[in-house]
Design a protein around this ligand. Structure first.
Ligand code: GTP
Ligand code: MG
Length: 195
């Protein structure tokens, strides 16, 4: 797939603000600062389309991007940022639950984890949640430029083990900085959108 066109379609905190469910959606989930927005920018080949910040917790809304007038990429709000207030973190849970539990056109939620570290307790909870809703199966390991080639396979196997992935589940290392892994991910998009 080649992404030729991307438009920010909607920014939502509640169902009434979602766009109509008439196009397929592929969403990204992961802790704050894991690199969701950066990954979306890399896929879109845009420098600063999805907002990126060193200031974690930047994406606190569900952002819907329409791609090639054909399907959507959805940037879900990050979790695990300690400094957000209790009301915001409760709001996060409701926002996610509403979206994950009822979105008919949602094909898959791609879970992002930082390739440098073993997935956190919250990463494991998030992935279990995806499994519960049958949206699991694809994990992206971000910031691959930050580890050596030697560490790569070791870290990938720790990720597989910690998230209790099965053989068929995919883990794709990516670097938004070095622009690697995007071709693999776009091929996965093709497969998801095919059926
Ligand atoms: P929230 O919106 O807070 O949930 O964060 P996010 O997951 O969207 O992360 P974002 O893309 O904003 O990136 C967070 C920080 O990580 C930024 O400082 C990015 O520049 C950095 N970053 C993202 N991807 C990469 C990568 O592949 N390599 C390196 N070295 N840094 C990255
Ligand atoms: Mg973000």
């Amino acid at each position: 797939m080649i992404i030729k066109k991307a438009d920010l379609l909607a920014v939502a905190v509640k169902k009434a603000q979602y766009p109509q469910d008439d196009q397929k959606e592929i969403a990204f989930a992961g802790r704050s600062n894991v690199g969701k927005s950066s990954l979306i920018n890399m896929l879109l080949n845009r420098r600063n389309f999805a907002r990126v910040s060193g200031n974690p917790g930047k994406t606190r809304t569900i952002n819907f991007y329409e791609i090639n007038d054909d399907f959507r990429i959805v940037d879900l709000p990050g979790y695990g940022y300690a400094k957000v207030s209790k009301s915001i973190s409760e709001g996060w849970g409701d926002m996610m639950e509403n979206y994950l539990s009822s979105r008919q056109n949602l094909l898959k939620v791609i879970q992002l984890v930082d390739i440098r570290h073993a997935p956190s307790v919250q990463d494991v909870q998030m992935y279990d949640w995806l499994r519960y809703y049958d949206l699991d199966g694809i994990v992206v390991a971000t910031k691959a430029d930050k580890i050596s080639r030697n560490e790569l396979s070791k870290n990938l196997s720790i990720i597989r083990k910690t998230l209790k992935l099965s053989q068929e589940d995919l883990v794709v290392p990516v670097s938004s900085l070095k622009k690697t892994g995007n071709t693999e991910l776009l091929e996965i998009f093709d497969l998801l959108l095919e059926d």
